[in-house]
Ligand binder design. Structure first.
Ligand code: DGY
Length: 326
């Protein structure tokens, strides 16, 4: 009997076809509507493999219903939507998609930094709204990027890729991480700092850390108070890492200059969210890895991980490595 896989959203056809060669596949076909909880609860009961997205909460309650599940393939590098501990206890392998999205996400992070610093969306709206009457010395002036100081919080793959881009802009690069990365320091000329030191000295602060209980709301009121009034916060990691209410007040009160946000604590962010009322916030709908090539590769990686696990192999991108010994 073929193993059963459930895919929680429409994904590239060639990936579905590949999975169908060896599996019985069912799909929540919608492109833009997350799978309803009741459908997921019904499907989880007898499937062997789950292909899910960061919009699907794979929690203890759901996993308790999964009597046959062997592997969960998350189409993201972050896996905070999955209760990995509960999966591990049940012997269920969890996989993610690191590596393939590194450069694309670093590109977007740098693009958001530049768009925020130079007020690009605001300037574009200004022109389209017919407000451009003349060239003017201080019209829509922003912050310089070349020669400025970048602080990276969380020096993983994407953080390092961001640092490489920043080097091209002759930026002085600081980083804060759980552990020091001497090789990266030497290769890229980075300086390791405490969080406080980084926040005080940086012109641009990029949040690049995974979302865990330790990093939940790690950037808050007291941190904005020590940042430069001209500084810009960029978050392309997870919204919950920054206290959004504190960020709103810091931006409104001029404690910091602007923010570029690709992620929010609740997604999609509601249109009456206070942060969206501020002109000095540039927002995007969580598109860090959204290039055609990268999203396609991510889908292929999820499929490969699922097939490896269902064939009794250790998937390339296993998250709960403690299961390997078992
Ligand atoms: C991830 O992979 O965690 C991103 O947020 C989406 O690509």
């Amino acid at each position: 009997m073929k193993p059963k896989i459930f895919i929680t959203r429409k994904i590239p056809t060639h990936v579905i076809n590949h999975l169908e060669e060896v599996c019985e596949v069912s799909i929540w076909e919608h492109k833009d509507i997350p799978v309803p909880r009741e459908v997921l609860e019904e499907k989880i009961v007898d499937i062997d493999g789950l292909y899910c997205l960061l919009t699907d909460a794979i929690d203890l309650e759901l996993l308790q219903k999964a009597t046959n599940l062997k592997v969960i393939g998350n189409m993201a590098v972050g896996f905070n939507n999955i209760d990995v501990e509960a999966a591990t206890k049940r012997g269920i392998i969890v996989t993610n998609t690191p590596g393939v999205l590194t450069e694309t996400t670093a590109d977007l992070t740098f693009a958001l930094l530049m768009a925020t610093a130079r007020r690009i969306p605001e300037a574009s709206d200004f022109l389209r709204e017919g407000k451009w009457s003349t060239w003017s010395p201080m019209l829509l002036t922003g912050q310089d990027i070349y020669n400025s100081t970048l602080g990276i919080i969380g020096l993983g793959r994407i953080g390092e890729a961001l640092a490489k881009r920043a080097k091209g802009f002759n930026m002085n690069i600081l980083y804060h991480n759980r552990s020091r990365k001497i090789e990266a320091e030497q290769e890229l000329g980075l300086e390791y700092c405490s969080l406080e030191n980084l926040l005080k000295r940086s012109d641009y602060i990029c949040v690049m850390t995974p979302y865990t209980p330790e990093t939940k709301k790690m950037i808050r009121k007291e941190h904005f108070k020590i940042m430069k009034e001209t500084s810009i916060l960029i978050n392309t990691a997870r919204g919950g890492i920054v206290n959004e209410n504190d960020l709103y007040h810091a931006l409104k009160d001029g404690e910091i200059w602007a923010a570029g946000l690709d992620v929010f604590e609740q997604e999609p962010v509601v249109l009456d969210h206070p942060l969206l009322s501020l002109p000095n916030v540039v927002t995007l709908p969580h598109i860090g890895s959204a290039s055609i090539g990268t999203r396609t590769k991510m889908a292929e990686v999820v499929a490969e991980n699922l097939l490896q696990a269902l064939n009794g192999k250790i998937p390339t991108n296993i998250v709960n490595k403690e299961l390997i010994a078992k």
